[in-house]
Structure formats: C-alpha cells, structure tokens
Design a protein around this ligand. Structure first.
Ligand SMILES: Nc1ncnc2c1ncn2[C@@H]1O[C@H](COP(=O)(O)OP(=O)(O)OP(=O)(O)O)[C@@H](O)[C@H]1O
Length: 235
C-alpha cells in the first residue's frame, strides 16, 4: 500500500457555526514530505489534529494505515497512534517527568529494554544538545530546550508518520537547520513527514517536499510558493 493517509471530502466543525475545515481531499504516500502552510487561524492545527487522531472528522472519510478512522473501535486507536510521532506547538511535556523520562516515554510504551532505551536516549539527547539537561523537569527548561525535548520525544521511536506543528518556532536558525536535517534523515529512512509552518525559508530547505496551503479551511497545492518569484515584465 503506497498511501498511508487518505482524506476524502473531509469536513471538521467544532460547534454549531460554519465548518473549520471544508472538503479536504489529499493523500500522503509512504515516504512523502509535506509542508502545510497558511495564515494564523486558517486551520493548520485542526488538520494536524485529524492526522494525529485527536479529532474525528464531522464528515468525509479519513483512512490511516489502511484503517477507516470513523469505524475504528476505540480499543484499536492506541496501536495506530503509536505509529505517529507528534511535535506539538505547545510542547506538551509531562511536568512531573525529567527531560530524560519525557523523551524515553515512547520507547517505554513500546516495551523496549531499558539498556537500549538508555543507549538511544544518550545519542538523541546529545544530538539535540540536551545531555546536560537530562535530569531536570520541563519547567526549568527554556522554550527552545522544551521544543527540542518535544522533537526528540516525537522522533525517538522512529514513527511511520511524523507530524510537527511549527517545530522551529522557538529555536535559533542553526538549530532549525539541524532539526530539518533530522526530519529529512527520517524521511530518507522511508518515514512520512508533515510539517505545519509559516516559515518559507524552512520550506525552501527541503526541495523534494510538497507544499499545501490552507486558506479559510480549504486545502490547495502550492508548490509554486517555493519557486522564486518571476520578475515583473517591463513594458
Ligand atoms: N477546539 C476548538 N473549538 C472551537 N474552535 C476552534 C477549536 N480549535 C480551533 N478552533 C478554531 O478553528 C479555526 C482554525 O484554528 P487552527 O488552530 O486550526 O488554525 P491554525 O491555522 O493552526 O492557526 P495558528 O497558525 O494560529 O496556530 C480558528 O478560527 C480557531 O478559532
């Protein structure tokens, strides 16, 4: 199966008002890299929430890993979710756990032996520059450190689908570059990556990625956004 995600005429409505997402249709192929862009409030996070199974659509069909999300029994959801790594805009680190234990969580949930957990944690924390902060609680981390811990937690178990909501919003340009390299490395391993961002520099860094734009809840392909603008023709 080449498509791991398929949306058909999907709508999402939070309340009695108009739909937040309307007629969303797209597919994500295994190993694809997609950016989702759009102005604030356009619906990027809402679309990601459907992708990481925090919401079910109010109409249309969402298929993930060959399962129809609407008819999937709740008991099967956790298994599906384990195949998805999420970098949240607001990090969502567990406050009572150390940086180390936050990042280790997906491996422990997957039942990985503690020795291997430790090996992978050392490598990952070193890579995101958090080795010296391994023992501290999230409240004492800076915004950028929390974001890196959130990213490390999302990728540590090498999920089939990695979803990131503004993952470079709180880090400096050098770290943003390194994080995008990390996402690209995962992508080269065959993982599917979806990144929501306002940052056009970021989109230009991944030439093979597809760009989708949400505008007032509707999705369009915008690969043209990456190309340099044509010079105005003088007459
Ligand atoms: N839980 C909710 N209940 C009601 N309305 C919501 C809810 N979540 C989002 N919305 C509304 O849906 C619309 C889209 O919000 P969403 O967060 O998806 O946009 P966004 O493109 O991610 O914005 P930003 O770039 O600012 O994060 C907004 O009008 C928002 O107020």
């Amino acid at each position: 199966m080449a498509n791991i995600v398929q949306f058909e005429n999907v709508g999402l409505r939070y309340g009695p008002g108009p739909e937040t997402l309307t007629d969303i249709s797209f597919t994500l192929e295994r190993g694809a890299f997609h950016f989702i862009t759009g102005t604030s409030g356009a619906g990027k996070t809402s679309l990601l929430r459907l992708l990481y199974l925090a919401n079910r659509p109010t109409r249309g069909i969402v298929r993930m890993f060959d399962e129809d999300v609407a008819s999937l029994p709740r008991s099967r959801m956790p298994l599906l979710r384990r195949r998805i790594g999420v970098v949240f805009q607001d990090f969502r680190l567990l406050p009572h756990l150390s940086t180390y234990d936050n990042v280790a969580l997906p491996l422990r949930i997957a039942g990985i032996a503690e020795r291997e957990v430790d090996e992978r944690l050392r490598e990952m924390l070193d890579w995101v520059g958090l080795s010296a902060r391994a023992g501290v609680k999230p409240a004492t981390l800076s915004g950028g450190e929390q974001q890196r811990a959130g990213i490390a937690r999302a990728v540590i178990a090498q999920p089939d689908l990695l979803i990131a909501d503004e993952p470079t919003g709180n880090v400096d340009p050098d770290m943003a570059k390194r994080l995008m390299h990390l996402f690209e490395s995962l992508n080269r391993l065959g993982k599917t990556v979806v990144v929501a961002t306002h940052d056009h520099h970021l989109m230009n860094r991944v030439p093979q990625a597809k760009i989708m734009e949400i505008d007032q809840g509707r999705l369009t392909n915008r690969d043209d956004l990456r190309r340099p603008r044509a010079r105005p023709v003088r007459v």
